[in-house]
Design a protein around this ligand. Structure first.
Ligand code: ACO
Length: 433
């Protein structure tokens, strides 16, 4: 960890008390006031609902500069990784801290592909669900169940934790494809060790049920792999923080990742890609954009421009720029004519000239164009968030591993600013008015 220690001190004045607090400086010279002993030593709490100013951990995995629109995995810009790398390379990088050399990559890829099949009994779990169950429920259940089938799971050693990480990264595409084919009522297709990671996933999702030959379109496979790279990690967002919080109790990693899948599902987080497509369908055509934007700006409507705004990015989300280009490429390659892309581009153009959005620094985020792209590839809308979960699994498990590798766990346990009644006496039911 390249954290630079500093002698800087912050002074906290409360009434006539002055408290000295150490200031930590991170790799990019950003200060953080260390308040770890504030309550135990001085009985003082900090108040930060939504954790907008709270660093919950030290991490050397991902860096975001939200004002400049910068995203780095282990120091490497997302644009460079997406242009020339592969998802498995990015996953290796997130887990191990360095890019693999050829031998390391081939070994990682071999082991991942080898671990892709899931136990037959996992399929029985799926069959207990109704066909119209949301696939997020299916994958969340199956990831939890993976722990029960991993009888060799030993997280007390680094080797054991690496093994679990690879097992999760390997099996999540299989689980996601199983969920898709289950909701579509189609027979399952098993992974093959002679295909790449993303190619395997595409085949498991879309190959014909009758075993007829299936060609994988390299443009689609490349675009999907790039989408996976863009979604692989994003520092301490809601789902990753959930993985860390659940993991801090010592729960097994499969259950911690399952908790992250649940947290990702909401429309304010990973569920936004699904919501964007619904919104574009509702708008329908370019003429309807101005009226829609008026509605979004009206707080009484409780409507939002989905795929816009981000807790951390106060500038263009760099992932949105890449995905917009991918979207154009995929639609052109598949010769898909959709008004949705035109509506999305026009919506973006008008919103970025509107003081409501510019003054609040609301820009397109990764989800604005991803739904259009995934839809053109043939994924049903309910699969968008599961695809996000698939890609984010490498980031979640890398973050879990960083926390556990770092030594004894400190359980994540925030305090609260209590606003309820002070102590009072109980009155028996028959004596109350
Ligand atoms: N549309 C309209 N207004 C918005 C939007 C939006 N998408 N996002 C924020 N605002 C407004 C808020 O109403 C608020 O206005 P006010 O100051 O007048 O009250 C102001 O901008 C600040 O908004 P907050 O909700 O405080 O910002 P926060 O950082 O908490 O929220 C969030 C970030 C949740 C992503 C929000 O921008 C949002 O809901 N966006 C739409 C959903 C979405 O696209 N989520 C995906 C995020 S990316 C990801 O998770 C992968």
């Amino acid at each position: 960890m390249s954290e630079k220690n500093s002698q800087n001190i912050a002074k906290l004045i409360i009434g006539d008390r002055s408290i000295d607090l150490t200031v930590m400086i991170d790799s990019f010279d950003r200060p953080a006031v260390d308040i770890r002993n504030l309550f135990a030593k001085y009985g003082v709490m900090t108040f930060d609902p939504g954790y907008t100013s709270t660093a919950s951990c030290q991490s050397a995995i991902t860096y975001i500069d939200g004002n400049k629109g910068v995203l780095l995995y282990r120091g490497y810009p997302i644009e460079q990784l997406a242009a020339d790398g592969s998802y498995l390379e990015a996953a290796y990088l997130l887990l191990n801290g360095e890019l693999p050399n050829r031998r390391q990559f081939e070994q990682f890829q071999r082991e991942t592909l080898h671990r892709m099949p899931v136990h037959e009994q996992m399929i029985e779990i799926l069959r207990r669900y109704k066909r119209d169950t949301h696939p997020m429920v299916l994958i969340e259940s199956m990831v939890t169940a993976l722990g029960a089938f991993d009888t060799d799971c030993d997280v007390t050693t680094r080797e054991g934790r690496n093994r679990v990480a690879i097992n999760l990264i390997a099996k999540i595409p299989t689980i996601t494809a199983l969920a898709l084919r289950y909701i579509q009522g189609k027979p399952f297709i098993y992974p093959r060790e002679d295909l790449g990671y993303t190619e395997n996933f595409i085949r498991m999702c879309f190959a014909p049920s009758d075993g007829a030959p299936f060609e994988i379109n390299p443009i689609i496979a490349g675009a999907l792999d790039r989408i996976f790279i863009l979604h692989a990690d994003h520092e301490q967002n809601a789902s990753t923080s959930t993985v860390r919080l659940a993991g801090s109790t010592g729960v097994e990693p499969y259950a911690a990742i399952s908790a992250g899948i649940v947290a990702l599902w909401g429309a304010a987080h990973g569920g936004a890609n699904e919501a964007v497509l619904g919104m574009l369908e509702r708008i329908g055509s370019k003429d309807a954009i101005p009226a829609f934007l008026e509605q979004v700006k009206d707080k009484e409507s409780h409507d939002r421009l989905m795929g816009f705004g981000h807790r951390v990015y106060k500038n263009y989300d760099p992932r949105a720029l890449i995905i917009k280009k991918e979207s154009e490429k995929v639609l052109a390659n598949l010769d898909v004519q959709t008004e949705q892309l035109d509506v999305a581009k026009e919506l973006e153009r008008i919103a970025l000239q509107d003081p409501y959005f510019t003054s609040r620094q609301l820009y397109p985020n990764v989800d604005f164009y991803s739904g259009i792209t995934l839809s053109a590839m043939g994924f049903p809308v309910h699969m968008f968030t599961p695809l996000f979960a698939l890609a984010r699994t490498s980031g979640w498990i890398a973050q879990w591993k960083e926390m556990v590798d770092g030594g004894p766990l400190t359980i994540g346990r925030p305090r609260q600013h209590y606003t309820g009644p002070t102590q009072r006496d109980y009155v028996a039911l028959d004596k109350r008015d």
